[in-house]
Design a protein around this ligand. Structure first.
Ligand code: G4P
Length: 291
């Protein structure tokens, strides 16, 4: 079957992000990088660690409600073994967010102590959120900040326009997430970003994308096809297009002449996957070689 065509990333966007992060970095003590729990590797920007070197970093695997919990646990273990603090959260319900503040404090313990010893104990810790489009940055900020968000404050030393939200007594969050652009020379990475909705559908053939996703589900998580009342046996041996047709037929998506409206079926499959309705389906496992 045809591979999803390669998608380009945009150097102009990247330069803008880099500038924005460069401007904000001196103002914060820690950078919180949101990644999609289903694709922790593809939703990361490989340039980021170079840009923020010297700053503390914490990884938040967001949308963990849509990922396979066993695989998310493997990712967390992988990060911990590599000395990177990481947690998994669901920013829609707030699940897992209670681990966030204790971990930030733990990571910044040395700085807190240093400040206390210099008589600067009251100075708030500051953090910024970065992540690719649609990964849940606004949802995360809203959940953390709640009603405290709307307040705009101008402070000396802070560039005009930058707003800080108070998260707890000693913690502030820059209310302007850094939008990272994923880098995908590898078509497989572009495809996973498209599955999760991180890149726009116009860039790709939606039916092709849905066929690839259904094929993958058949291979890795065949039981999930039961959502469409399709047994693993019934799915076996079908061409990807036939599998998409079967899904559409089961959902009654017919056009005149009894043909299946495969475009509608494709949109439905992708929407359902993106919303986590298809089940907990991870698309990437951690690398084998752990440092
Ligand atoms: P962004 O700022 O990084 O671009 O992302 P944003 O918060 O706007 O979230 C993008 C979409 O992802 C939203 O869905 C949001 O509800 C959803 N989302 C964010 N965090 C989570 C999570 O932890 N789990 C799940 N399942 N979804 C999450 P939307 O369809 O654009 O809007 P709506 O569903 O909120 O109406």
């Amino acid at each position: 079957m045809e591979q999803t065509p390669s998608i380009q990333w945009f150097p102009g966007h990247m330069a803008k992000t880099r500038r924005m992060i460069g401007e904000c970095l001196p103002l914060v003590d820690i950078v919180i990088e949101l990644r999609d729990a289903r694709i922790p590797q593809s939703s990361a920007n490989p340039e980021l660690s170079g840009w923020i070197s010297g700053k503390k970093q914490l990884i938040v695997l967001n949308k963990c409600d849509t990922a396979d919990p066993a695989i998310t646990a493997r990712w967390l273990n992988y990060y911990h073994k590599n000395g990177i603090p990481a947690i998994a959260v669901d920013s829609k319900t707030g699940k897992g967010l209670n681990q966030f503040l204790p971990l930030v404090h733990e990571e910044l313990a040395e700085l807190i102590e240093r400040r206390a010893s210099r008589g600067m104990a009251g100075r708030p810790l500051r953090m910024m959120i970065v992540g690719i489009p649609n990964v849940g940055k606004s949802s995360f900020i809203n959940k953390m900040a709640g009603e405290k968000r709307a307040k705009v404050e101008d402070r000396p030393g802070v560039t005009r326009g930058k707003q800080w939200v108070t998260i707890s007594r000693d913690l502030e969050l820059l209310d302007m997430p850094g939008v990272l652009w994923p880098k995908f020379d590898d078509p497989a990475v572009g495809e996973r970003l498209a599955f999760t909705g991180a890149v726009k559908d116009q860039v790709l053939d939606i039916e092709l994308l849905a066929m690839r996703l259904l094929t993958l589900i058949r291979e890795e998580y065949p039981a999930l096809l039961s959502r469409y009342k399709i047994t693993p046996d019934a799915a076996e041996g079908l061409e990807p297009y036939e599998l998409l047709e079967l899904v559409g037929r089961k959902r009654g998506m017919l056009i005149s002449g009894g043909e299946v409206n495969t475009e509608r079926a494709a949109i439905m499959v992708l929407d359902e996957y993106r919303a986590g309705k298809l089940g907990k389906l991870s698309l990437e496992t951690p690398p084998k070689e752990e440092v």
